[in-house]
Design a protein around this ligand. Structure first.
Ligand code: ATP
Ligand code: ZN
Ligand code: MG
Length: 308
């Protein structure tokens, strides 16, 4: 597994990870258990992020990986990414429907007809729950607001690429304030991201990017996002040198969320927002790729950064 020269491709890396016991397959592409070592790396990296942002004064908020369906509808996620969303459905029938359900199950038929939408949608990105919560508090304090979130997220993008999971963790810092405040925040984290990747001893590049907006109208949104430099990614080769993987994202949403939820700055203007998102599994996978599967054999400097 001599990383960088012989990047053997997504499926091969997945089988290596499974053989080493780092990922535990359950029969669905993109849904895995994680080993103790894998979790140690995630936890240590998470602590590094915490230390990096310690003096920033972020408010810590932790939500389970579920969104209020109403907030999800308001967010316009379905306009841009209907293909990725995961909704939670439950059986809401009576005894009659239950009998029918059991019959369908027994006969191998589709049993999901009586599954009706609940009020919960699985969180697609860690920052989604916070905007309506902040908006409900009234205008922002002067200087705006900084929030620290961490959540499992769901995206329906099944893949044999271990770096493209359906359920994965995203740690984010989110800045809400004037355009100047949020752009400055993004610059700070871009610099921190570069520093972090350097200290972690992995090759990387930073590039403009776009989100996979759905459909024909989506292509225009994507082009616009690039033209305006609204999204940057820090990319690390994990399964391909030519197509490195986005491990950190730096997103400027302009007034998108501010408009939707009427978030106001102290000065009475529509709040702008930006977030930095760390793909926790992707960072771990990048470290395993470049430093090997044996944590004890990782470079001393990397071990020191992660575990002190
Ligand atoms: P990609 O272009 O690879 O699909 P993305 O642009 O969709 O990534 P974001 O929406 O910016 O990613 O999400 C923030 C971070 O979450 C990404 O930088 C990445 O590290 C991580 N991430 C996104 N999608 C996945 C996934 N399917 N599996 C694991 N991590 C992911
Ligand atoms: Zn975000
Ligand atoms: Mg994506």
């Amino acid at each position: 597994m001599q990383a960088t020269e012989t990047m053997a491709g997504p499926e091969h890396y997945l089988s290596e990870l499974v053989r080493a016991g780092l990922l535990i397959p359950v029969g669905v592409d993109g849904l895995y258990g994680r080993s103790g070592d894998f979790e140690d790396v995630i936890e240590a990296f998470n602590n590094v992020i915490t230390r990096l942002g310690r003096d920033d004064g972020a408010e810590v908020m932790r939500f389970p990986p579920g969104l209020n369906r109403l907030h999800f509808e308001q967010s316009e996620y379905l306009k841009s990414f209907p293909q990725l969303a995961g909704t939670v459905h439950s059986f809401m029938g009576g005894e009659c429907e239950h009998h029918e359900l059991l019959r369908q199950l027994a006969e191998g038929e589709d049993w999901t007809g009586e599954q009706k939408p609940t009020d919960i949608v699985i969180t697609p990105a860690a920052c989604y729950p916070i905007y309506p919560v902040l908006a409900a508090r009234g205008a922002l304090p002067s200087g705006g607001k900084l929030v620290d979130v961490y959540s499992y997220c769901f995206r329906h993008e099944p893949s044999k690429d271990p770096a493209r999971m359906q359920l994965f963790r995203m740690r984010e810092h989110v800045r809400i304030g004037s355009p100047e405040e949020v752009v400055a925040f993004r610059e700070t984290w871009l610099e921190r991201g570069r520093m972090l990747a350097t200290e972690l001893g992995v090759p990387f590049e930073v590039d403009v990017a776009n989100d996979p907006f759905f459909g024909r109208a989506g292509r225009m949104l994507a082009a616009n996002q690039r033209d305006q430099n609204l999204k940057f990614e820090l990319l690390i080769p994990i399964t391909s040198k030519e197509r490195p993987t986005a491990c950190m994202s730096f997103n400027y949403h302009q007034d998108h969320f501010g408009e939707i939820w009427h978030m106001q700055t102290a000065a009475g203007t529509v709040a702008h927002t930006a977030c930095v998102g760390f793909g926790m599994e992707r960072v771990a996978l990048a470290l395993f790729r470049h430093h090997g599967f044996d944590l004890k054999a990782w470079p001393e400097s990397v071990r020191k950064l992660l575990w002190g």
